[in-house]
Design a protein around this ligand. Structure first.
Ligand SMILES: CC(C)(COP(=O)(O)OP(=O)(O)OC[C@H]1O[C@@H](n2cnc3c(N)ncnc32)[C@H](O)[C@@H]1OP(=O)(O)O)[C@@H](O)C(=O)NCCC(=O)NCCS
Length: 401
């Protein structure tokens, strides 16, 4: 049977405010966080009949407890989607939600789905990194990877070793910039529309409403960062200030076939161009975005010079700087994370990919002069993922339709 690939569009994305691990969401279930996001997407898009959703792919790194039981399916049921809507759980650690998006998008392009929901959740308070894992002893015994590869902060220290020109001073300066940009984005009202308020319960404080991210530290200074401990290595360079923290939060987005979005009257925030995932040495997992981006560019027939906006997940400042150095982009380039990144907002692992996309969609809305943008992130055990998007508001993109 001859097949025609279909164009895929990102319709809309939302997220919960991110919390510090086990803080404002200490007594909130992880699945409820992502259910809130799905409900909000349906509320914002009454033009989408719920039974037109063909798939719900939800990522979590730790798939047990309140993140277990095939969370895509349980979240779909609990969000009030018809029982006819299927769902599944997905895991690629930090790139979980990104992989959820690329997976359902591929299904849309193939013709298996018209409309899908993709997202992710990580409650690192309920599920600390590494909970319940039982790594095969061969991984270390046979020296398949160095033991440091299993501790993300140590991989960031290794990256500083590999690129000594990326000093702690540069990492700290990048962290200050991230905090300043996040504070500015809040002041400009850029972040608030992306957030779904969450009713959060606390035995101590009663019911409250989470309406803003908890981790940002707008008062961050270079002097303050210089004084912090380096928990992953004595006299190291990675600190709580130039790394993303441990966080709780969830994201979700709507993706659709472009023709179906038009039929239903759904908006088009971004058009999917290409994506790439790549493996690197697990000891320096932070360089993953470099080959992933090269792959995605190659498959799109684009060059890094064609990219006008970047959303790079800031797991660690050193890892963003390694990417920027590789592509010869200045570390304070206004095209890079213009609204701040994970160092300020936090990084609830499997959820973050859709936060990047939601922020890029906002950049596209505000900057019709930008045609292509990238969302990219590093992934534990030595991987990177990159998705390239086209701005439908760009005049050339419009003409090419
Ligand atoms: C780095 C890490 C170990 C820090 O954890 P933590 O010690 O619980 O972090 P805290 O928030 O308590 O911060 C530690 C200290 O730094 C201070 N601090 C943090 N950010 C700061 C900032 N921007 N400016 C000034 N001080 C700051 C805190 O106030 C705290 O000070 P205190 O010890 O006097 O209370 C943890 O955030 C981590 O593991 N991050 C990486 C997560 C990760 O690997 N993700 C996956 C990526 S692939």
């Amino acid at each position: 049977m001859p097949r025609t690939l279909r164009e895929v569009v990102f319709v809309d994305g939302v997220r919960t405010p991110f919390g510090k691990a086990g803080s404002m969401y200490a007594e909130t279930r992880a699945d409820d966080l992502v259910i809130n996001c799905i409900r909000e997407l349906l509320r914002r898009h009454p033009e989408l009949p719920a039974d037109r959703v063909d798939e719900v792919a939800i990522a979590a790194t730790t798939q047990i407890g309140d993140q277990g039981l095939t969370i895509g399916r349980t979240a779909a049921l609990l969000a009030g989607l018809p029982r006819s809507v299927p769902g599944y759980a997905i895991d690629r650690m930090c790139a979980g939600a990104m992989t959820a998006v690329t997976s359902v998008s591929s299904g849309i392009a193939f013709g298996a789905y018209d409309v899908a929901i993709a997202g992710g959740v990580e409650h690192m308070g309920h599920h600390p990194m590494g909970e319940g894992i039982d790594p095969n002893p061969r991984i270390v015994a046979e020296k398949l990877v160095d033991p440091s590869a299993l501790i993300m902060g140590s991989t960031a220290e290794n990256l500083h070793d590999r690129f000594p020109e990326i000093t702690k001073g540069r990492a700290d300066a990048f962290a200050v910039l991230s905090q300043q940009r996040a504070a500015q984005a809040y002041a400009d009202g850029v972040i608030q529309p992306m957030l779904v308020p969450v009713a959060a319960r606390s035995v101590e404080h009663g019911w409250g409403l989470a309406t803003a991210d908890e981790p940002p530290r707008p008062g961050t200074t270079l002097e303050g960062l210089a004084a912090l401990k380096t928990p992953f290595r004595p006299h190291g360079r990675v600190t709580a200030g130039n790394a993303a923290g441990l966080n709780d939060g969830a994201t979700a987005c709507l993706v659709a076939a472009e023709d179906v979005a038009a039929e239903l009257g759904l908006p088009t925030a971004m058009r999917l161009v290409s994506y790439g995932f790549a493996g690197v040495d697990p000891e320096v997992m932070g360089v993953g975005p470099v080959p992933a981006t090269e792959k995605a560019l190659r498959s799109a027939g684009l060059d890094i010079g064609d990219i006008g906006a970047y959303e790079i997940n800031e797991a660690f400042a050193v890892q963003v700087l390694a990417f920027l150095d590789h592509f010869k982009i200045a570390e304070d380039d206004p095209r890079v994370n213009p609204y701040g990144g994970a160092i300020a907002f936090g990084h609830p692992l499997a959820s973050s990919g859709v936060r990047l996309m939601t922020q890029l969609a906002r950049t596209f809305r505000d900057h019709p002069e930008i045609r292509y943008g990238i969302t990219t992130m590093c992934v534990g055990l030595g991987m990177g993922g990159t998705v390239i998007w086209e701005n439908p508001n760009h005049t050339d993109a419009e003409a090419a339709r």
